[in-house]
Design a protein around this ligand. Structure first.
Ligand SMILES: *Cc1c(COP(=O)(O)O)cnc(C)c1O
Length: 199
């Protein structure tokens, strides 16, 4: 941030996935103590209705000519009403607190799984945005894409949706709904544990 300020660089935080309670903060950059010049948001902003926003310092936002920042459906009133309702619900249900609790449960259980299954080379993430990295050898951390693919297949067959990602395709991402109940969360983790035992 200081480097950006000193060098006239616009600091943009892309909070499209990380924003709106996903990481246990309204915006993930809050955990870094950063105040960005611009923030991009979408996805969670309107609880599923299509909406995106670019929010920033007035001197940046006002530098664009009228209509210079927009889209065909920009400012759709129904989607905007959806966003206001979604944000109100996030506050009411304390979804930041929920995301922090999801992190606590998931990291606790995944750490216990890592002790049993050294194929888990790393556990990372914040709030309800958690990933595990699958490795062939915990010492070298050699990527194990086949393990990630096999785990994802097992989980999908059992009705648990997980994402594979990462440069080497060896990372499994978990993005449970912020309103998930703890029983269902643990049930999902049971499936992941059974998948690890199976491969
Ligand atoms: C989905 C996504 C985008 C694209 O958002 P649109 O609203 O479809 O333009 C950009 N950045 C991240 C991190 C995303 O997850």
């Amino acid at each position: 941030m200081k480097f950006a300020n000193d060098n006239g660089i616009v600091f943009v935080a892309d909070e499209i996935q990380a924003g709106f309670c996903r990481t246990g903060q309204w915006f993930a950059c809050e955990d870094e103590g950063i105040v960005p010049d611009l923030i991009t948001t979408a996805k969670g902003i309107a609880g599923g209705l299509p909406l995106a926003a670019v929010t920033g310092r007035a001197e940046i936002m006002d530098s664009v000519h009228g209509g210079g920042l927009g889209g065909t459906y920009g400012g759709n009133p129904v989607a905007c009403a959806g966003a206001l309702g979604a944000i109100e619900t996030m506050k009411e249900l304390d979804l930041n607190g929920k995301a922090k609790r999801i992190e606590e449960v998931m990291k606790g259980r995944l750490t216990a799984m890592q002790e049993k299954f050294p194929v888990i080379g790393d556990i990372r993430g914040r709030g309800a945005m958690i990933a595990i990295e699958l490795v062939k050898d915990p010492a070298t951390k050699e990527p194990f894409a086949e393990a990630a693919a096999a785990l994802a297949k097992y989980c999908h067959n059992e009705g648990v949706l997980v994402l594979t990602c990462g440069t080497y395709g060896n990372v499994l991402r978990f993005l449970p709904p912020l309103v998930i109940g703890e029983d269902l969360l643990n049930e999902g983790l049971d499936v992941i544990e059974a998948a690890l035992a199976q491969i």
